[in-house]
Design a protein around this ligand. Structure first.
Ligand code: FDA
Length: 390
């Protein structure tokens, strides 16, 4: 092993790692950025359908889940969505806003990777891609990190190795292992922003491909008004991905199919000679309306349903409850919920309270954003403050 001395070692060259390395390098620190992947920042590349939803105009602490909901405040205030937008603009990139404040890069996600790479290069950071990380040791004046055939001696060690989602593109639990090695707690991890699976009896036949627009979906404390998409295995779409972060196994998910009106009034004002399925199809996709009507026995004209059946139909429209059998797991999850417990970290710097010089940033930390650019903003903000202090 060749021994080398450097100020800062950053583990993981994803969104957070590149941002942190560039910031620390710009501060005059010597930095090496180490990653085992062959291709740089694959998660940025596949994000936002290839357009990278790089931040959200409405970023605020309430859009994050963590055991300590206050933890994100300082970093998000020190490096805001507007700071990242300025960076994007300074590279001549353009963007557009989709729904709900989501900003996407017009030049595609590759341009965001190139921008960050350029920032890292400008800051004079050393790259070590395709480099497996070995042992990490605490020594008197910092840390030693074995990586490939080198041992790096550093004053500051930044862990930016992300979460567990999408293992084929490089996700590992190494960040959690390093945290445990230094006696930091780990909040149990689960797949989040992930499609939910249903029991076969809740699937109502072949509805895969049906999209329900602007439904209101809730689970636990999460409530979101967005589209849902029925799939072969269950449900997906933005509203479901959002509530998946709040859903606990065994609990129901409640779907309000008609959030803008009182379903009892809608049914009362409908043509009483029309079939239930025809009436429901005035508000819902036809295939779905037919399947839903079939849930109440033989499909009949509205006038033939008893009052208590009409109440049950109205109830189903405003609060369709299903207990998911699970999720599609880390293979399909956009993020990992849980991670390095924020109790052990300083929220202003991301440094471990009891291990001076050791930092955790990005998704490896117990901070999970909503869908819509919030997770990248957390990566940029947490990385920036660590870069200033590493
Ligand atoms: P990230 O995962 O980006 O980087 C971690 C790095 O560490 C990787 O390069 C990895 O190779 C490296 N690493 C891991 N283990 C290692 C080891 N043992 N040795 C060496 N290196 C190791 N968010 C958002 O805000 N907007 C969006 O549009 C999307 N879209 C999206 C789509 C899909 C399909 C996914 C899976 C995720 C998203 N996200 C998203 C989430 C977003 O990608 C995620 O929150 C950030 O990439 C997290 O950044 P980090 O730098 O923390 O981890």
């Amino acid at each position: 092993m060749e021994r080398k001395t450097i100020d800062v070692v950053v583990l993981g060259a994803g969104a957070a790692g590149m941002m942190c390395a560039a910031t620390a390098g710009t501060m005059g620190r010597s930095v090496v950025l180490i990653d085992h992947a062959t291709k740089l920042a694959e998660k940025i590349r596949i994000s936002g359908g290839g357009r990278c939803n790089f931040t959200n105009m409405n970023t605020r602490p309430e859009c994050y889940l963590s055991q300590n909901p206050h933890f994100v405040k300082s970093a998000l205030a020190q490096y805001t969505q507007h700071d990242f937008i300025k960076l994007v603009e300074s590279h001549g990139l353009t963007y557009h806003e989709k729904t709900l404040g989501q900003l996407f890069c017009d030049q595609g996600s590759g341009a965001i990777i190139e921008m960050l790479k350029l920032e890292v290069d400008r800051a004079g950071v050393l790259w070590r891609m395709q480099t497996p990380i070995g042992e990490v040791r605490r020594v008197d004046d910092g840390f030693e990190v074995d990586a490939g055939d080198e041992t790096w001696c550093c004053a500051s060690l930044v862990v930016a190795t992300g979460g567990l989602s999408i293992p084929p593109i490089g996700a590992t639990g190494i960040g959690y292992d390093i945290a445990r090695q230094f006696d930091l707690d780990i909040v149990p991890t689960t797949a989040a922003l992930v499609p939910l699976t249903f029991q076969p009896q809740d699937m109502w036949g072949e509805l895969a491909g049906v999209a329900l627009e602007a439904t209101e979906v809730s689970a636990g404390k999460g409530r979101f008004r967005e589209d849902i998409l029925l799939t072969h295995k269950g449900v997906s779409g933005p509203a479901i991905l959002q509530v998946s972060s709040y859903w606990q196994p065994g609990e129901p998910v409640t779907i309000n199919l008609l959030p803008d009106e009182d379903p009892a009034e809608f049914l009362a004002s409908a043509n009483r000679d029309a079939l239930l399925s025809t009436v429901l199809a005035e508000r819902l996709p036809r295939r779905f309306a037919q399947a839903l009507a079939g849930q109440f026995g033989e499909v009949k004209p509205l006038k033939q349903y008893l009052p208590k059946e009409m109440s049950a139909i109205a109830e189903r429209l405003s609060a369709w409850q299903v207990v998911p059998s699970g999720t599609l797991g880390y293979k399909k999850a956009e993020v990992t919920k849980g991670g390095v417990d924020t109790k052990g970290l300083n929220s202003k710097t991301m440094m471990a309270r009891d291990v001076p010089g050791l930092f955790f940033i990005g998704e490896v930390v117990d901070v999970t954003g909503w869908l819509g650019g919030y997770n990248f903003q957390w990566a940029w903000s947490s990385a920036y403050v660590a870069g200033l202090n590493a």
